[in-house]
Design a protein around this ligand. Structure first.
Ligand SMILES: [Ca+2]
Ligand SMILES: [Ca+2]
Ligand SMILES: [Ca+2]
Length: 234
């Protein structure tokens, strides 16, 4: 399989490039969980947003905080079994929820988790398809009144998508309470980001492995892989 060789090569580039991307992550991860006032006296619980002393170290942990949303952007209980989107309460990003995991692709439903797409972006390049490239996928969410009333859905950057992976989880390394029906592949990464190769452009793009957090890859854009759309909360 020619993909195997590519993966080994790109993993080396990954460690050189992506580690520097992670170093630029604005959210610190010192492990500090306590809040303090100006005199160093602990404030327990930590101040709420908009109040004095909000915005200190403990507010910016890498802890996950997600909320399920219905198709009208309303918050739902974590226990609901029917939701359309997930809000990352730390980043404000809104994620598409995938459906219909039955091993059968259905391109009439862009949310079908089994669907795979080649990576393509007008003006950048890649591998166009007929309803089967990543741009077709995004366009299908943004046509008409849009998915859940929004027309600014896009493919996530590698930084955004990687943030969904969780080092404390494996197979899959994502919280399936909020992001169920993740499709895994034993040998490769699975989910396309919008970030293409820094040097070779649209011949390769970054793709995330949701089986093993942190093991992201660069793969040729002619490969057909899974997708999950995102938008930024306004
Ligand atoms: Ca399906
Ligand atoms: Ca197309
Ligand atoms: Ca994998």
């Amino acid at each position: 399989m020619k993909w195997g060789g590519i993966v080994f090569i790109v993993l080396a580039i990954y460690f050189a490039l992506f580690s520097s991307l992670q170093a630029a992550e604005p959210l610190s991860d010192t492990g500090q969980t306590k809040c303090f006032d100006e005199s160093g006296v602990e404030i327990n619980p930590c101040p709420a947003p908009g109040t004095a002393f909000y915005g200190q170290d403990a507010h910016y942990s890498r802890d996950r905080s997600y909320t399920k949303l219905d198709s009208d952007d309303n918050n739902l209980s974590n226990l609901t079994t029917n939701w359309s989107m997930v809000r990352d309460n730390v980043t404000g990003l809104i994620w598409e929820v995938k459906q219909s995991r039955d091993g059968v692709k259905n391109y009439d439903n862009p949310h079908d988790t089994d669907n795979t797409y080649t990576w393509y972006s007008t003006g950048i390049g890649g591998t166009p398809g007929d309803s089967t490239d990543t741009e077709d996928f995004i366009n299908s969410l943004n046509t008409g009144s849009g998915f859940c009333g929004h027309t600014d859905w896009r493919l996530p950057t590698i930084k955004e998508l990687s943030r969904l992976t969780d080092l404390n989880r494996y197979h899959p390394s994502i919280d399936i309470t909020f992001f169920p029906r993740v499709v895994l592949n034993d040998y490769y990464c699975e989910y396309w980001s919008s970030t293409c190769h820094a040097l070779y452009g649209a011949s390769q793009a970054w793709i995330v492995d949701f089986e093993n957090a942190g093991a992201n890859c660069l793969l040729g854009t002619m490969g057909s892989f899974h997708v999950r759309a995102v938008r930024s909360e306004q």
